[in-house]
Design a protein around this ligand. Structure first.
Ligand code: 5GP
Ligand code: MG
Length: 205
């Protein structure tokens, strides 16, 4: 696995510091929202985090341990079929979104904001349930490849148009367990392909 790495893009120390800072910012904003709807942070249970599987797993695990308030998690899975795949195009929910978000303070969380289709889809489905507030939070943002007009409320790092793995992000299902965010060697990821960010995997999540 180590031999497949070309270079470290964001190391574990940078990630840890940034995730803690993001959590502090998010917690302050959520506490503000709770007060605005007449709830105390420790007793409300009004906060629901909606992590998008599987890529956000490691990020969410670290983020929630810096959020000191009462909250629950509702996991969702979305498949994304890049343009060159034959099955379909765009993002598609796998299974149902939980139907208990009305009046809640919802935070949708993903590993990386790329074309924007995944986050746009989940945000839309949450919005339909009339939550009190909806926020979006991503560890990485690749604005160069955006198709849906979307910005995340909380962004860990903005990165160039580069396919990365590690810290939850995969290539063909592997490398999620790498503690740093890295670029793979081009022979491994198929970079040099017309579109390296979609090379190799037809169904990413
Ligand atoms: P979207 O294009 O809908 O914004 O992002 C779809 C999904 O593609 C993301 O949730 C993520 O799982 C995956 N993705 C996008 N860019 C990358 C990348 O550079 N590396 C990896 N491993 N996954 C990515
Ligand atoms: Mg994903």
């Amino acid at each position: 696995m180590q031999a497949d790495i070309d270079r470290v893009v964001i190391d574990r120390g940078q990630i840890a510091r940034r995730v803690e800072a993001m959590a502090r910012e998010l917690a302050a904003d959520l506490e503000h929202d709770l007060r605005a709807t007449g709830h105390a942070p420790d007793e409300s249970g009004q906060i629901v985090l909606v992590p998008i599987l599987t890529g956000s797993l490691v990020f969410v695990a670290d983020l929630i341990r810096h959020l000191p308030m009462k909250l629950s998690l509702e996991l969702v899975a979305v498949s994304s079929y890049p343009g060159q795949a034959t099955q379909s195009k765009g993002a598609k929910m796998r299974g149902e979104l939980p139907q208990n978000l009305r009046g809640k303070h919802v935070v949708v969380i993903d590993d990386i904001l790329d074309s924007g289709r995944t986050l746009a889809l989940v945000k839309h489905l949450v919005q339909e349930q009339a939550p009190a507030t909806i926020r979006t939070c991503v560890l990485l943002d690749k604005p160069a490849r955006r198709e849906a007009p979307l910005r995340a409320d909380y962004v860990g790092f903005e990165i160039e148009d580069l396919f990365v793995v590690g810290y939850g992000l995969d290539f063909d299902g592997f490398y999620r367990n790498l503690p740093d965010i890295v670029a793979l060697r081009s022979e491994v990821s198929g970079a040099g392909d017309a579109n390296p960010a979609t090379a190799g995997t037809a169904d990413r999540c």
